[in-house]
Design a protein around this ligand. Structure first.
Ligand SMILES: Cc1cc2nc3c(=O)[nH]c(=O)nc-3n(C[C@H](O)[C@H](O)[C@H](O)COP(=O)(O)OP(=O)(O)OC[C@H]3O[C@@H](n4cnc5c(N)ncnc54)[C@H](O)[C@@H]3O)c2cc1C
Length: 382
């Protein structure tokens, strides 16, 4: 097969890229190794309201299944609430939203091939892909694209083929379950917990309704088993009270990038989007809406490149124009939080609580590191 644009991966970033490229007029193929779009879900299913105005299209109201008014943060027995503006969000159903996004791409003219896995890429010079080898069941096929959009997530085969391997230490692991029958103390607040039970990261309770939530623990550093982290998290009295009668509905665990996997988002005729490009915002590793927004830019840039109207490297410039401030802030927070997370102690938990709640600024962190535990605690309790 020949095509203008081959999108590898039909998650939020890939489907958005396929839709944009096809809508612009590019002959677009998007493939996913999954049998069914969006399954299994590997997400806590929250999207920040502040990013909605940056989306290339309107999300139908029925996709926004639960309104989140704010976030509640916990560390060392201190709870801090934040609400409105940046802190408000929606819960979504990832399976449904991924399906809807893929369907939009199909309606725009992109051809979807499910159960089709990219296994190899052939290059000419300078990372220029000439051929993609894909496998559907026992059948092996070849696709000759003008542009490849790598939207194949955190364990990207495209990155691997470009020569980026050993990415595991740049990613964090999350053990997560949807639980029902919960006794949530504030069902319209997302809860984030900082402590040794989530090494360098967070544990969370993200409500999906009054009595249902995604509950997970994340770790940025390998070592402690996540099952043990999860068990320790459930022992926190505030958590225990809410989850005591909870039943596991389904597992939603996965991996997320926490550092840049590459130093660029464009190699030859390959554009990287979504998790394959670490396009998520820290501290919450929020990747769904950034993936959709960057996917849209990648799809349009690919089409304009084929028409000779721009360079592929313009993609990075266009992303910066649209989301540059969010990426800068995210990178700044990410560096500080990562340093504080390895290895963590009680004082560092307080510092991370202060930064996550915007009470402490990353610029004052060196000074705050010298303060005693009780002083920091007093500052936060105030
Ligand atoms: C447990 C967990 C909780 C999270 N919670 C949130 C949250 O609440 N809010 C938020 O915004 N973000 C969250 N994230 C991050 C978010 O899920 C990702 O940033 C987002 O899914 C990235 O979208 P994507 O399209 O880049 O990749 P993905 O959604 O991972 O899609 C990649 C697709 O590529 C396909 N693929 C992979 N390799 C190949 C191949 N070789 N050939 C063909 N297809 C292939 C996969 O099957 C997959 O469908 C969470 C992540 C995890 C792990």
């Amino acid at each position: 097969m020949e095509c203008d644009v081959l999108v590898v991966g039909a998650g939020p970033a890939g489907s958005s890229a396929a839709r944009a490229a096809a809508e612009a007029g590019a002959n677009t193929i998007f493939i996913d190794k999954k049998k069914e779009i969006g399954v299994p879900v590997q997400c806590a299913e929250a999207i920040g309201e502040y990013l909605i105005p940056f989306l290339p299209f309107r999300i139908p109201e029925e996709q926004l299944i639960w309104k989140i008014e704010g976030m509640s943060f916990w560390a060392e027995g201190i709870a801090i609430g934040r609400s409105g503006g940046f802190w408000s969000a929606y819960a979504i159903n990832r399976e449904k939203i991924d399906e809807w996004l893929a369907n939009n791409a199909i309606v725009a003219g992109a051809k979807l091939h499910l159960e089709t896995e990219l296994t190899d890429l052939e290059f000419s010079e300078n990372y220029h892909v000439t051929k993609a080898i894909v496998k559907t069941g026992d059948e092996v096929g070849e696709i000759m694209p003008k542009v490849v959009i790598a939207a194949d997530g955190v364990h990207s085969k495209v990155l691997n083929q470009l020569g980026f391997t050993n990415l595991k230490d740049k990613c964090g692991e999350v053990l997560s379950f949807e639980l029902n029958n919960l006794n949530l103390y504030k069902p319209t607040y997302e809860q984030l917990y900082i402590g040794d039970f989530a090494p360098g990261a967070y544990a969370y309770i993200f409500p999906l309704s009054k009595s249902r939530a995604n509950v997970g623990v994340a770790s940025s550093f390998p070592g402690k088993k996540l099952e043990r982290c999860y068990a320790e998290f459930l022992e926190i009295p505030e958590v225990k009270k809410q989850l005591r009668n909870g039943n596991k509905v389904v597992e939603k665990s996965g991996w997320a990038p926490i550092h840049y996997l590459t130093d660029k988002w464009v190699y030859g005729n390959v554009l990287l989007v979504g998790d394959a490009a670490n396009q998520n915002f820290k501290p919450f590793v929020e990747g769904v809406l950034p993936g959709i927004i960057c996917g849209d830019i990648a799809g349009r840039t690919a089409y304009n490149f084929i028409k000779g109207r721009n360079l592929l490297s313009d993609y990075q410039k266009h992303v910066k124009e649209k989301l540059g401030n969010f990426f800068s802030e995210s990178d700044r927070l990410s560096d500080v939080l990562y340093e504080l997370g390895k290895p963590s102690d009680k004082k560092k938990h307080l510092l991370r609580l202060g930064i996550s709640t915007d009470i402490f600024s990353p610029t004052e962190i060196e000074k705050l590191k010298k303060e005693r535990y009780n002083i920091l605690k007093n500052k936060l309790e105030r």
